[in-house]
Design a protein around this ligand. Structure first.
Ligand SMILES: Cc1ncc(C[n+]2csc(CCOP(=O)(O)OP(=O)(O)O)c2C)c(N)n1
Length: 376
C-alpha cells in the first residue's frame, strides 16, 4: 500500500493532526508525513508516545477532531497510563486512531527487545479496550477504506481504534532526506569514548544504533564488550540504569552513552540526576537532532543544547563538542573533575549499512556484564 493513499484516507475520516514517535516499520509512513510538510496535516514528534496521547486529547477537546497517534509497539508501555486514565470510554472517552508498527511479530525473527513486546501487542490492545485491525503488504486499498470507516464509527462514540502495521506494509516511496549540519561521525565519536573510558569504567548505552556501534567498536579495540550494558529496549531509561549502578558502588566509574531522542523521551531523569549529583557518573549525549536509528525523523527538541538543559537542571560540569579532539579533551576534563558531568557530542546522521547486531542473547550479555562488574 502507498503511504500517500493511507494519508488520503486518514484525511477523509476527518483527521488533521498526526503525532507520535517514529519507528522503522513505519518509515515510509513517517517519510510521507514529513514530505507533506504541514500542507494537509499538522505534525508533531513528541517526547514520548504518552505525550502524543496528551496532545491528541487536547486537539479533541478543542476541535472535536480525533488525532492520529503513531508509535512502535515498544511505545505501548508509554501510552498505557494516559489511555487508561484519560482516554478510555469509562473516563473521558477521547477518540484517537493509533498506527502501530509491529516489531517482534510472532514467527518472525527480530531483536530480543522486541520478542516479548511483539507477542503481547494484540493482547495489550484487547485489555486496553482498543479494537484493532492488522495490515500487511497484501492489504487492498478497499479493505483499508472499510477498516477506517469502522474506526470512524467507533471514534464517533469516543472510542480508540488501532491499525497494527506489519513490516513491509507500506511501499518504498520518496525518502525524506535532510542533514543536520554536523560533521563528526557517530561511530568515530564512540571510538574516542571507548579509547578513553572503556578500561576503567562501565558503560550503559542507549537504545538503537549507538549500542550496536559501541558493541562492534569495543570488540574491534579490546576483543570484548563485557563492560557495556546495552539498554536495547526501554528507550530513555539508560541514564537511570547508570545511576542505579553508580549509587550501588561509588568506587565504580559509570558512563551513560545516551541518544538525544532517548534523553527527550524521559527528560525528567536529568533533573533527578542533578539532584543526586553522583560524582562517579559521566553522562554523554550523542546528539544528531534525530531518531536516526529508525529513519532519522527529527526529534521535537527546541534547538537549545542538551548541555544547557543539563546545566539548568544542576549538572556541575557540562559542555558541547563537535570534533574528536574536543571530545577527547572533554572526557579527560570530566575524569579529572570527578563531579556529575554531561558531554553533548554533535554528530552527523551517517551510519553504516552493514552495521551488525549483538551475537549473544540479551540474557548472555547481561550475565557477561555482571561478571565483569562483580569481578571489579
Ligand atoms: C518506547 C520506544 N519508542 C520508540 C522506539 C523506537 N526507537 C528505537 S531507537 C529510536 C531512536 C533513538 O533516537 P536517539 O536516542 O536520538 O538515537 P539515534 O538513533 O539518533 O542514535 C526509536 C524511536 C523504542 N525502541 N522504544
Amino acid at each position: 500500500m502507498k503511504a500517500g493513499f493511507f494519508l488520503q484516507e486518514i484525511q477523509n475520516i476527518g483527521i488533521r493532526t498526526i503525532t507520535g514517535v517514529p519507528d522503522s516499520t513505519l518509515k515510509q509512513f513517517c517519510d510521507a508525513v514529513r514530505l507533506d510538510d504541514g500542507k494537509t496535516f499538522h505534525h508533531y514528534v513528541t517526547a514520548n508516545e504518552g505525550a502524543a496521547v496528551g496532545l491528541a486529547t487536547g486537539e479533541y477537546l478543542a476541535s472535536e477532531r480525533p488525532c492520529l497517534v503513531y508509535l512502535q509497539n515498544s511505545g505501548l508501555g508509554n501510552i498505557i497510563n494516559p489511555l487508561a486514565s484519560i482516554a478510555n470510554r469509562e473516563v473521558y472517552g477521547i477518540p484517537m486512531l493509533f498506527v502501530i508498527g509491529w516489531r517482534g511479530e510472532p514467527g518472525k525473527k527480530d531483536e530480543p527487545q522486541h520478542v516479548y513486546q511483539g507477542k503481547v501487542t494484540c493482547a495489550l490492545l484487547e485489555v486496553m479496550d482498543v479494537p484493532y485491525c492488522v495490515i500487511d503488504d497484501t492489504t487492498k486499498e478497499a479493505q483499508m477504506t472499510k477498516m477506517l470507516s469502522e474506526a470512524k464509527a467507533l471514534m464517533a462514540e469516543g472510542r480508540q481504534y488501532a491499525v497494527i502495521v506489519k513490516k513491509g506494509t507500506f511501499e518504498k516511496g520518496q525518502g525524506a532526506v535532510w542533514e543536520n549540519g554536523y560533521s563528526l561521525v557517530r561511530e568515530q565519536a564512540l571510538r574516542v569514548i571507548l579509547e578513553n573510558l572503556f578500561q576503567e569504567s562501565f558503560l550503559v548505552s542507549t537504545t538503537g544504533k549507538i549500542s550496536r556501534e559501541l558493541y562492534e567498536q569495543s570488540d574491534a579495540l579490546y576483543g570484548n564488550h563485557e563492560r557495556i550494558f546495552m539498554t536495547v529496549g526501554g528507550m530513555g531509561h539508560a541514564s537511570m540504569i547508570a545511576y542505579g549502578m553508580a549509587q550501588a558502588d561509588a568506587s565504580r566509574q559509570i558512563v551513560c552513552v545516551d541518544g538525544d531522542g532517548a534523553v527527550m523521551m524521559h527528560m525528567g531523569a536529568l533533573a533527578f540526576l542533578a539532584k543526586q549529583s553522583p560524582k562517579n557518573l559521566l553522562h554523554i549525549v550523542i546528539n544528531n537532532a534525530a531518531h536516526e536509528s529508525v529513519g532519522a525523523m527529527p526529534t521535537g527538541f527546541s534547538g537549545k543544547t542538551y548541555a544547557q538543559v543539563a546545566a539548568a537542571c544542576g549538572y556541575q560540569n557540562v559542555c558541547t563538542v563537535r570534533t574528536e579532539e574536543e571530545l577527547k579533551e572533554a572526557v579527560l576534563k570530566a575524569k579529572e573533575k570527578q563531579e556529575l558531568s554531561l558531554i553533548e557530542v554533535l554528530v552527523s546522521l551517517e551510519s553504516r549499512a552493514d552495521l551488525g547486531r549483538p551475537k549473544e542473547t540479551a540474557r548472555e550479555n547481561r550475565i557477561q556484564f555482571m561478571d565483569a562488574v562483580l569481578r571489579h
